[in-house]
Design a protein around this ligand. Structure first.
Ligand code: ADP
Ligand code: GN1
Ligand code: MG
Length: 360
């Protein structure tokens, strides 16, 4: 179904002007659509959910509906319009629409005057740390038992390694021989990669309601002032560890290169960026965290980077079914970049831990 037809299902006022594709996400297909309403332009986000990744999209919608209402209630009135995602509804009052081919669509109000960043400076990082910390605080007393587990075992690295082993054995595309070195490295660091899950299983770390996808481009900033507005991309909000949210944000935003940089000599962990994010994040939630949780934040950055290397390589070996690609070798390039970052983090763990100590 064409985009203007999809928009009609969400009962939008005015005349359809046009749409642009927003490319920053690796999973869903996202459009910004513009409508002329009596000479004014109103914008919306329309997304086609990736149903290979999200097998039960209705569950995501229920989760996000609950979480966004809960956050909206807690925000001061002046922050409500731009501080949280708001859904579009169909005539049947549903927050999604399934087209005749089974395509699953949803819409949000476009948060006005907002921007997302793929590269961060220190000021933005500190602010992002505070925003993700604040997000966790807002949901600290949310009833986790009402949340569907959207992707079972999403950050369960033991499960991820087990599935990765199967994929390597199956070698369905005949790509394993070419990536032996990467596979060997990832199995060498398996105990580290699985460490957080082991601690969780041993009862050493508490589960919280976490975002689980704290990539830099999942925060909206004010386009003029760079004030943080809203944490978005709530598809994976479910119970998780604090170290997952801290770690994934660092993995993405404290890398000196993009997460898919082909020239890995440009890839490393920027300790100043690590510190800026840690200052914002720990400053916000340090007092509500256990000592052990804080001690695992730097480890979280390492674990999330290993996890992503495993996930990108798993997808490459499996024939690129999960992540969107810009070119055929994209998943392999992403893997090599995450491995390079892992190696650099390994050499800086003491310094990373010392930074966290400073803010506890
Ligand atoms: P994905 O799951 O594919 O990452 P996102 O939900 O993160 O998709 O959306 C992709 C991009 O679209 C975001 O990085 C952001 O730039 C933009 N975006 C999404 N929702 C909104 C919104 N409500 N207002 C403004 N921009 C948005
Ligand atoms: C995906 O949707 P997006 O682009 O924000 C992925 C994350 C990865 C990230 C790597 C549901 O995030 O887990 O860390 O790509 N989301 C899902 O870029 O798998
Ligand atoms: Mg996103």
């Amino acid at each position: 179904m064409e985009l203007p037809e999809i928009c009609k299902q969400f009962c939008l006022n005015g005349t359809y002007i046009g749409a642009t594709v927003l490319k920053s996400g690796n999973i869903n297909k996202t459009y910004k659509v513009d409508f002329d309403v009596s000479g004014r332009t109103e914008s919306y986000i329309i997304q086609k959910i990736n149903t290979y990744v999200f097998k039960k999209p209705e569950h995501i919608m229920a989760n996000i509906e609950g979480v966004t209402r809960y956050i909206a209630k807690k925000l001061p009135p002046e922050k409500r319009e731009r501080g949280v995602l708001s859904f579009l509804y169909t005539a049947e009052n549903k927050n999604y629409y399934v087209d005749e081919e089974g395509g699953f669509w949803r819409g949000y109000g476009f948060i006005p005057n907002s921007i997302t960043y793929d590269a961060y400076d220190l000021g933005l990082l500190r602010a992002a740390g505070e925003a993700f910390g604040e997000f966790q605080l807002l949901l600290a007393d949310y009833d986790a038992s009402t949340l569907y587990e959207i992707i079972p075992g999403f950050h369960n690295t033991k499960e991820r390694y087990r599935r990765f082993e199967d994929k390597v054995k199956a070698d369905v595309c005949g790509r394993v021989a070419e990536v032996r070195e990467e596979i060997d490295f990832l199995f060498k660091v398996r105990p580290l990669g699985e460490s957080l899950v082991n601690m969780l299983k041993a009862g050493e770390l508490p589960l919280r309601v976490t975002h689980n996808d704290t990539k830099g481009n999942n925060i909206l900033f004010d386009i003029d002032t760079n004030e943080t507005l809203a944490v978005i991309d709530l598809d994976t909000v479910m119970p998780g560890l604090m170290a997952y949210d801290f770690g994934d944000a660092i993995r993405f935003a404290a890398n000196t290169s993009a997460e898919d940089e082909p020239d890995i000599s440009k890839t490393s962990l920027d300790l100043d960026k690590f510190e800026a994010f840690a200052q914002g994040y720990v400053g916000k939630i340090g007092s509500t965290s256990t000592e052990k949780e804080l001690q695992t934040l730097a480890l979280g950055a390492l674990v999330m980077t290993i996890e992503l290397a495993v996930r990108f390589l798993d997808d490459y070996i499996d024939g690129d079914k999960y992540f969107k690609l810009n070119y055929p070798e994209h998943n392999l390039v992403r893997t090599r970049c995450q491995i390079a970052l892992t190696k650099d983090m390994l050499s800086k763990m003491d310094m990373m831990n010392a930074v966290i100590e400073k803010y506890i």
